[in-house]
Design a protein around this ligand. Structure first.
Ligand code: ATP
Ligand code: MG
Length: 224
């Protein structure tokens, strides 16, 4: 089954002379466990697509189905809860909470949802991402790559079915980018998570199972 599907997903910003068709009748589908890269030039609509997939923004037209559920027919509160349980986000800026330790940052989304911490699972994420020595460190004591790995660990913490990542390695050098990406790929396969990752870097995109290409708001290749 498609874990993620869009139907004619469209986003238009502004109106009249300032109108921008950021996403134009996009149809994509992603299977459970697939690692998909979305590639396109700056302004092509990548972030717009990702925000809509995660229900962070609402479309002008079309639908987003997650495990068959149309997320934009849900009430706002229901969608927020659904998103928290199903989706992990990784952004280019790591958005770690500066006053919390690495460990506290990682388990933060679980606590936000009042959930129980699965210690074995969290330990295994920390191990896989090579953060064991750093769990008591504060974010400002970490390198960029380490902070990015914490952000990934935090996205994985709630065992989301889907990871949505917007240029997760945008601030890292190419060697660290490849390392972080390999880890994301490994954890994704290990926990059967679906990953949709935005990049404008061909080499990074090549690490995925499939590449979706977007140009001027149109999916031109690899949508399904
Ligand atoms: N809030 C907004 N209001 C108006 N226009 C917007 C808004 N957000 C994005 N756009 C426009 O929509 C188009 C797609 O933007 P988007 O952020 O999705 O691009 P992107 O592919 O993520 O680019 P980048 O690689 O630079 O991050 C652009 O033309 C952008 O200017
Ligand atoms: Mg963007």
């Amino acid at each position: 089954m498609n874990v993620l599907k869009t139907k004619d997903l469209t986003k238009i910003y502004g109106s009249g002379t300032t109108e921008v068709i950021a996403l134009n009748h996009a149809n994509i589908s992603v299977d459970q466990g697939e690692f998909v890269a979305v590639i396109g030039t700056s302004g092509s609509g990548k972030s717009t697509l990702l925000h809509l997939l995660g229900g962070l923004d609402s479309p002008t037209g079309g639908n987003v189905l997650i495990e068959g559920n149309d997320i934009f027919t849900m009430k706002d509160d229901a969608r927020t809860i659904f998103r928290r349980r199903k989706i992990g986000f990784v952004f280019q800026s790591y958005n770690l909470v500066p006053v919390l330790s690495v460990y506290e940052n990682i388990v933060f989304p679980i606590q936000l949802d009042g959930g129980k911490i699965d210690k074995n699972y969290i330990d295994s994420i920390i191990e896989t991402l090579g953060l064991k020595e750093k769990i008591h460190a504060m974010p400002n004591q970490l390198s960029g790559g380490q902070q990015q790995r914490v952000a990934i660990a935090r996205a994985l913490a709630t065992k989301p079915a889907i990871i949505l990542a917007d240029e997760p390695t945008g601030n890292l050098d190419s060697k660290t980018s490849q390392d972080v990406l390999s880890l994301l790929k490994i954890t994704g396969k290990k926990y059967n998570q679906t990953i949709v990752m935005i990049t404008h870097d061909e080499a990074i995109a090549q690490m995925s199972d499939r590449i979706i290409r977007i140009e001027d708001g149109n999916i031109v290749k690899g949508g399904d």
